[in-house]
Design a protein around this ligand. Structure first.
Ligand SMILES: NC(=O)c1ccc[n+]([C@@H]2O[C@H](COP(=O)([O-])OP(=O)(O)OC[C@H]3O[C@@H](n4cnc5c(N)ncnc54)[C@H](OP(=O)(O)O)[C@@H]3O)[C@@H](O)[C@H]2O)c1
Length: 245
């Protein structure tokens, strides 16, 4: 596969990019820090990525650079059949409630700008008669919940967009993979109390790679979160008002 990857420098993105490299996929890295990108590219090369992974700066908070970054990926790879987006911003609900500007930045990056990036990506994939767009949303978008009121709202919007993208362009060859992680131990969740079903990036990466290969439209990781969220979606409002989940 020829893959443009936004967010491979850390966490689940790094674990997924490493698996892709180990099986000989060709990668082009996008991210906000050139030194981190260079380090990740060398790591992936050593692990077996095809050719020498290139990279270009792409900041999720600077949408004016998205088109040029994807153009660089397409040129560097000599084509493009897969785009992966694991980049995202996170902050606790307490911080977001205290800081409206931070809330604006997070909603803009995780919803509006991610949608804009995906629009640039899907146009390029469709111009080549399709391909795969794999984007990390969250179980936080499944229900309005107290601990993730703002982050969850951004991910809910992103999930709906990805669902509609699949409905609209599946017949033209676009495979949209919406990943919904539950709690996974990464730098994003560092310092937060881990719930009983917390996952590890490597396990998530194996499951997501399978979903990409099969073109599965929705994947919960770890898988148990599908059942947890099934219950949560059915809880009545008076229960949601009382619990802290
Ligand atoms: N961990 C969880 O429990 C969990 C649960 C549900 C959903 N998710 C979602 O899963 C995805 C991956 O999460 P993770 O836990 O693997 O996170 P992570 O370890 O914090 O990694 C996040 C990645 O996003 C990149 N990034 C952050 N802000 C960026 C920006 N403005 N422009 C470009 N890249 C940026 C980071 O790059 P830098 O190296 O530059 O910081 C890093 O590569 C995110 O979308 C997250 O919302 C995570």
């Amino acid at each position: 596969m020829k893959i443009a990857f936004l967010g491979a420098t850390k966490g689940m993105g790094r674990a997924l990019a490493r698996l892709m490299a180990e099986r000989g996929d060709e990668l082009f890295l996008l991210g906000r820090d050139p030194a981190d990108l260079e380090k990740s590219a060398r790591d992936l090369e050593v692990r077996g990525a095809k050719g020498t992974p290139g990279s270009a700066v792409c900041d999720l908070e600077k949408p004016d650079g998205f088109a040029a970054a994807l153009d660089a990926a397409e040129a560097g790879l000599g084509g493009l059949d897969t785009v992966v987006v694991t980049a995202g911003l996170f902050a606790t609900q307490a911080r977001l409630e205290d800081d409206v500007e931070l809330a604006r930045r997070l909603v803009t990056a995780d919803f509006s700008n991610t949608v804009v990036f995906c629009e640039h990506a899907r146009k390029r994939l469709l111009a080549r008669r399709g391909g795969t767009l794999c984007v990390f949303s969250s179980v936080a978008g499944e229900r309005g919940r107290k601990p993730v009121m703002i982050y969850g709202a951004a991910k809910a919007g992103l999930t709906r967009y990805l669902e509609a993208l699949d409905h609209k362009f599946h017949a033209r060859g676009l495979r949209v993979v919406c990943v919904k992680p539950g709690f996974v131990r990464t730098s994003m969740t560092d310092g937060l109390p881990a719930p009983p079903f917390a996952g590890e990036p490597e396990g998530v990466a194996r499951r997501v790679l399978r979903a990409i290969d099969r073109g599965e439209p929705v994947v919960y990781v770890p898988g148990v979160w599908r059942w947890i969220m099934l219950v949560i979606r059915w809880l009545p409002r008076f229960v949601m008002r009382r619990i802290e989940f």
